[in-house]
Design a protein around this ligand. Structure first.
Ligand code: HEC
Length: 283
């Protein structure tokens, strides 16, 4: 019992130290700690903010999709419940903007046709070599699962599980931090740049081959939406990519809640049954 208490105390202390020393990681040359954001989709009852997902999709479509594919996504996903929930007409219109290769036709030839909702998101490059050759040898990764693959929060192993339990892996925060994390390199390593940018948030950093992709007003947001500042666009596209990484999150959460409710009711019923059955037994 005593050891458990000591362990608990140590992890709480460790968590405090780790939280307090976020800048320490940069100084040590490690991946920098992403800023924690209170996204609407966090927590047991969290839901995606439809308007934010729509803005985030606009950012992906108008900026990121020039280099990054999203191979796991179909245009129809944009209209499904729990996502950006575009109308049927909007989904059709988005798909129709792209030309995809189909076939072979009766003559055995491949042909181009406008995309339909059941098509996958069109990739900007036809293969990895083409993508690398257009990006100076670096590969713009597929963004479908980026928020699941990457972590924004980096704490010592003995506190990390507890922090993750509360804040998650920080995948969306990672994307946001990379987009906002361009800085002037420290003078002593400035000559290592080699045409790359300095970004201590990048997992394989601190040098990154992606030039800062966002600039003020790069995307026009609809009226009544927040102003398209770089920070706003980065947050919105991070939310959109979080949805893409788990399109059925809302269904999963409401199912989980129903299961808990069911178990709670069942416990009450079982307890009452037990009381009743045993009321006739003499102690
Ligand atoms: C001009 C091409 C280009 C555009 C536009 C672009 N990127 Fe990139 N991106 C790259 C390349 C190339 C890399 C790989 C960098 C490296 O390996 O050094 C990259 C890397 C990344 C990474 C890090 C991936 C990892 O492995 O952790 C993220 C996240 C990312 N991009 C997100 C975005 C988002 C979101 C947008 C849109 C706002 C965007 N990018 C726009 C070319 C681009």
């Amino acid at each position: 019992m005593k050891t458990i208490k000591t362990l608990l105390a140590a992890s709480v202390l460790g968590a405090g130290l780790a939280l307090g020393s976020t800048t320490g990681a940069i100084a040590a040359g490690k991946q920098a700690q992403a800023e924690d954001i209170d996204f609407s989709f966090e927590g047991i009852f969290g839901k995606f903010d439809r308007a934010q997902l729509q803005r985030g999709f606009a950012v992906y479509k108008q900026v990121c999709s020039a280099c990054h594919s999203m191979n796991q996504m179909y245009y129809r996903n944009l209209g499904e419940p729990g996502g950006p929930e575009l109308t049927k007409e909007q989904v059709n219109a988005v798909a129709a903007e792209y030309e995809v290769t189909d076939g072979p036709n009766d003559d055995g030839e491949m042909f181009e046709r406008p995309a339909v909702p059941s098509d996958k998101f069109k990739s900007p490059f036809s293969n990895e070599k083409a993508a690398r050759s257009a990006n100076g040898g670096a590969y713009p990764v597929d963004l479908s699962l980026i928020t699941k693959k990457r972590e924004g929060f980096h704490y010592p192993w003995y506190v990390s599980p507890f922090i993750k339990l509360v804040k998650g892996n920080g995948g969306p925060e990672y994307v946001r931090a990379v987009l906002l994390g361009y800085q002037d390199p420290p003078a002593e390593i400035a000559e290592e740049a080699n045409g790359k940018s300095y970004n201590p948030y990048f997992a394989s950093g601190p040098w990154i081959s992606m030039a800062p992709p966002l600039s003020e007003g790069a995307v026009e947001y609809a009226e009544g939406q927040p102003e398209a500042t770089v920070e706003q666009m980065a947050t919105d596209v991070a939310a959109f990519l979080a949805w893409a990484g788990e399109p059925k999150m809302e269904q999963r959460k409401s199912m989980g809640f129903m299961v808990m409710l069911y178990l709670a009711l069942l416990s009450v019923l079982l307890y009452l049954t037990k009381k009743r059955l045993f009321s006739r037994v003499k102690h």
